[in-house]
Design a protein around this ligand. Structure first.
Ligand SMILES: Nc1ncnc2c1ncn2[C@@H]1O[C@H](CSCC[C@H]([NH3+])C(=O)O)[C@@H](O)[C@H]1O
Length: 338
């Protein structure tokens, strides 16, 4: 039987929602800064008690909490607010998975400026900020390393678990190590493994602190400077290339993966973690929409499909590449074999 969806009358609602989307940004930022979610987790459930705990005005807190309820972050029964499950897990400061600090990176002025100048970026096909995120020793990456770290614990562990299925590793290169968690998770899985971390010098300070705090400092080595220029050395069993390739165009990624290939021992593996859209480039939404972030903040970066990553890996010399089944946070793991 033919099914024809009854035509919906045109509505300006989607347009208004898009134009006003910054209101959600600001409401979330305010709620995190005021610790609204934490206050509710602690048992303050009506506007008056939340306001007292958060040092806000009752009127302001009530309007903000209603708005957060409209958008699914809170629940409301009568005058009592509660936390939606995601909010309880990620937005309560008392939770081990607290992510609120990520706004220090995600909403930093430079990133916002890149998006505020999107019309220019679209006209010229790259960030209106010139080199943008790719400026050497860019302090925003230190902010990323500190602010985004809580978001990376789980994905790093899932990745390390998946890679462990391919056997033990002794010498590991962690490219764009940042907070260091990906390499450190592999070090935790492999008691003999030495990790060589590449990133800008200022950023590696954060990785070094974390390696120390997590008990692997004696097996942790730093390779400061641009990953394109620095001598990685060789004979690695495993190279981690996590959330790095999307900053560059495909020819640059291919040339870079040639360098990674050369650093591996025969039989070694490269573990590429990326936002991976489907071939249609519009699904799944979060991975596919990441392309816009790269348009706003880099000269030529993009989110690459599995086919693109597989093909550039082969061009770089790898014999094959496979997409590992489990999601790695919001991204995917592609293992390329030398
Ligand atoms: N040319 C470069 N050489 C080395 N590191 C770089 C370069 N350009 C950007 N980066 C680093 O690349 C990282 C991108 S963010 C990804 C960090 C981490 N691998 C993760 O998945 O969470 C930042 O730490 C930047 O400092």
């Amino acid at each position: 039987m033919a099914t024809s969806a009854s035509p919906q009358p045109p509505t300006p609602e989607r347009f208004f929602n898009a134009i006003n989307a910054y209101e959600q940004t600001e409401a979330m930022k305010a709620a995190i800064e005021l610790e609204i979610f934490t206050a509710i987790a602690e048992g303050n459930t009506c506007a008056a008690t939340i306001a007292k705990r958060c040092q806000g005005a009752e009127r302001g807190v009530e309007i903000l909490c209603d708005y957060l309820t409209i958008h699914g972050f809170l629940t409301k029964e009568g005058a009592e607010y509660g936390l939606a499950p995601d909010s309880a897990f990620f937005l309560n400061k008392g939770s081990r998975a607290y992510l609120g600090g990520a706004i220090e990176f995600l909403l930093n002025p430079r990133i916002r400026e890149g998006h505020a100048r999107l019309t220019e970026a679209v006209r010229q096909g790259g960030s209106a900020l010139g080199e943008g995120a790719l400026e050497p020793d860019n302090p925003d990456w230190v902010r990323f390393a500190r602010a985004m770290m809580p978001l990376m614990f789980m994905p790093a562990q899932v990745m390390a678990g998946e890679l462990a299925k391919g056997g033990a590793v002794n010498k590991v290169l962690d490219i764009a190590a940042s907070h260091g968690l990906y390499g450190i998770s592999v070090a935790k899985q492999n008691a003999a493994a030495h990790i060589y971390a590449s990133d800008w010098k200022n950023v590696l300070e954060v990785a070094r602190e974390n390696a120390q705090a997590m008990g692997v400092a004696d097996r942790y080595h730093l390779l400061p400077g641009s990953a394109f220029d620095v001598d990685f050395g060789g004979d690695y069993d495993l190279a981690l290339v996590t959330n790095f390739l999307h900053h560059f165009d495909l020819p640059t990624c291919t040339a870079f993966m040639r360098k990674v290939y050369a650093s591996l021992r025969p039989g070694g593996r490269a573990a590429i973690v990326e936002f991976v859209p489907n071939a249609d480039r519009v699904t799944p939404p979060t991975a596919a929409a990441f392309s816009l972030v790269m348009l706003a903040s880099t000269p030529a970066g993009n989110a690459y499909t599995f086919q693109e990553i597989e093909s550039l890996s082969r061009e770089a010399g790898f014999v094959r590449a496979e997409l590992a089944p489990p999601p790695i946070g919001l991204g995917r793991l592609i293992i390329a074999y030398r």
